[in-house]
Design a protein around this ligand. Structure first.
Ligand SMILES: Nc1nc2c(ncn2[C@@H]2O[C@H](COP(=O)(O)OP(=O)(O)O)[C@@H](O)[C@H]2O)c(=O)[nH]1
Ligand SMILES: [Mg+2]
Length: 217
């Protein structure tokens, strides 16, 4: 393989309550599929994907760490926050409790991750709210979540891992924001642990193999 395969490698974490659809969002991003009954995440899982950021004219390799939302794994997942450049903070639009809990997940992220990290609030499962009848299942109004995201300086999107709506867009928007921070000198490229510049002639297959080994050893 010759030439630059990607310009940046960005470390992302996906966090939020159990069952809001974190693993499903990652599977949708990397495999373009949806599982009605995915296995519950034990600790941390890993997925990787190349995306293009047209506004910055860059190819980015996302390395995503999907964390377990249950209390028993919380201390493990915290150690994965360190060095992340981006975060998907996920709740379920049909569960007010999961939205309320994003406050404590955000506090965790702010305590353990890079202060310049880009965070996008993702209201997942919007497919469950489509149509008049299903509209009643919604427990978190879009405007309320949008307002809170703005107050906290988070990006915001509603998505569905089931239909695929806005899933890649959520990652692209966050990655694009990170690249603009790199351009403005907020992130210090190579010196920020969650941001790595590509090596010319980088071998994608080799890098992916290494990442898998690192996560499973
Ligand atoms: N209808 C619908 N169900 C979803 C969506 N995303 C996830 N689910 C379901 O919600 C449950 C929990 O999903 P999972 O990805 O394991 O959540 P996690 O614990 O946050 O990783 C599973 O039964 C999924 O099939 C979605 O966008 N729409
Ligand atoms: Mg999971």
């Amino acid at each position: 393989m010759s030439g630059i395969t990607w310009h940046y490698v960005l470390k992302f974490i996906i966090t939020g309550d159990a069952a809001v659809g974190k693993s499903s969002l990652l599977i949708r991003l990397t495999d373009q599929r949806f599982l009605a009954n995915p296995d519950p995440t034990l600790g941390v899982e890993f997925g990787s994907k190349l995306i293009t950021i047209p506004e910055e004219d860059k190819i980015v390799k996302l390395q995503c760490w999907d964390t377990a939302g249950t209390e028993s794994f919380r201390s493990i997942t915290r150690s994965y926050y360190r060095g992340a450049a981006g975060c998907l903070l996920v709740y379920d639009v049909t569960s007010r409790k999961s939205f309320t809990n994003t406050r404590s997940w955000l506090a965790d992220v702010r305590e353990h991750a890079d202060p310049h990290l880009t965070c996008i609030l993702v209201g997942n499962k919007v497919d469950l709210c489509e149509g008049d009848l299903n509209g009643r299942r919604r427990e978190v109004p879009t405007e309320e979540a949008e307002l809170w995201a703005k107050e906290e300086g988070l990006l915001f999107v509603e998505a569905s891992a089931k239909s695929g709506q806005n899933v890649e867009d959520a990652f692209v928007r966050a990655a694009s924001d990170i690249l603009s921070k790199i351009r403005r000198g907020v992130f210090d490229d190579d010196r920020s642990p969650g941001v790595k510049l590509s090596k010319p002639n980088g071998d994608l297959a080799l890098e992916q193999g290494r990442a898998k080994q690192a996560c499973c050893s």
